[in-house]
Design a protein around this ligand. Sequence first.
Ligand code: FAD
Length: 490
Amino acid sequence: MKKLSKKDYKVLGAPTGPLRAEVVVIGSGPGGAITAALLAEAGQDVLLIEEGQYLELESCEAFSLDEMVQKYRNGGITPALGPASVAYVEGKCVGGGSEINSGLYHRTPLKIRERWQKEFNVEGLDDSDINQHFEACEKDVDVSLLPGKAPKASLKLHNGALKRGWKSMEVPRWYKYAKGAKLPTDGKRKSMTRTYIPRFLKSGGTMLPETRIMRLKRHTKGWRVTGTHKNGAHVEIEADVVFSCGGAIQTPALLLRSGINYNIGQSLQLHPTVKVTARFSDVINQPGMGVPVHQVKEFSPDLSFGCSISSLPYLELAMTDHPWHMREVEENWPRMGIYYGMITTNTVGTIRTVPFFKDALVRYKLNKADMRLLSDGMRKLCEMLFETGAQALFPSVRGMEPIWTPENLSRIPAMLPFGKTNLMTIHLFSSCPMGEHIGRTATNSFGKVRTQKDLYISDASLICTAPGVNPQGSVMAYARRNALKFLGKL
Ligand SMILES: Cc1cc2nc3c(=O)[nH]c(=O)nc-3n(C[C@H](O)[C@H](O)[C@H](O)COP(=O)(O)OP(=O)(O)OC[C@H]3O[C@@H](n4cnc5c(N)ncnc54)[C@H](O)[C@@H]3O)c2cc1C
């Protein structure tokens, strides 16, 4: 196949008339980018459509306010409504979430895959079937461990866990380290715009950024895909086959808008997360300190702990639950870090479309058992942080006093309050589960939408239940597996 040079890349502006492609892929996150690249490399005529802009990974500083404006949906966070609302975050740019995330990599744990086999009858999840896809993706995005020492804020949590006798690990990231690298920052972060998107374009694929697809309509020979370009132009494309890869909220929203609803958008899962901001006596934070990489997995999959990005804007955001102590950030930020406790629950949410509203209505109803588990998580997190020298802890619960000593831990109620706990998540999935269990799934085991011809899903929506680990490794492996199945190569 003839490879194109960068000047030949086909990246379209606003179309002036109808378009046509054999395959249309909607959404260019990990699911869409991998699907589009593998299909284009196999010689298919593929049009990849993305609502957000096509920007270099380094078009702005990582984890900055500029990045939120450029690359996040709604400039930051959107609430999932419920007794305790959960703020969720989605990427909206070429490359999707991969452009803004920390790159922490896990395979889907065996226990979780076994559960999906048992409860959803998913085929092709045995080690002998799926490991080849994990391995190939790990190679493609350079999954690696740090060459040098982890950031101090990350080591704090690690040491706190070890002191309590709890299992803590360094999680590898998709990051290409320079040969002989000594520092965690000696290298290049990977993302879809650095890996599969160039592969897609080099293989002759066409990309249409800044275009939101609104509807799919079946006609005799295939699909009519319609949407709007950012400049207001109406976009219409004829396609033989469509892959919806808009992520766990936008894929069900698109299908529901198109009247496709069998097991779509009724089983959203996420990892509800609470945060605690800690102040230590020693310096643990500095500009560009790198991404914290340790996670405490002693109580996994129910509870996991880690350290979040703790740059100044993030610290300011984290301290909004403690307005009387805002000056802490100004005065002490080099000694401060943000830590999280994340739970895995069976609670499910729903996605609904509302006529005339651009965004879908997302509901997620946490129950009392979830709030108790979150409380347990917050307490364990605080214990680790005190163990490793924290002097003050600021939990993400409105109106709760800071915790100055281990004795103050009794301030954490046995069940976190529904209306006052500031919950968030960056992990969304399970809104269109895959498998052969007809009553529970939206697609077959390889993403083919059950009630439709020539329509596939390949993104985080397919993940049957909350995996208890960072999900992009799973999204990538299933997207690769599904693309090869579609091409008849499995
Ligand atoms: C801040 C943050 C940090 C994270 N950190 C990690 C981490 O360290 N490790 C990890 O494993 N995971 C992490 N994640 C999660 C990970 O990024 C996601 O699981 C992954 O990106 C999901 O891939 P996807 O292909 O399903 O969807 P997405 O990445 O969400 O991509 C979907 C794309 O489709 C586009 N789109 C949607 N609807 C339409 C439409 N109608 N028309 C056109 N385009 C559309 C969107 O704009 C978006 O770009 C993080 C997520 C966030 C937000």
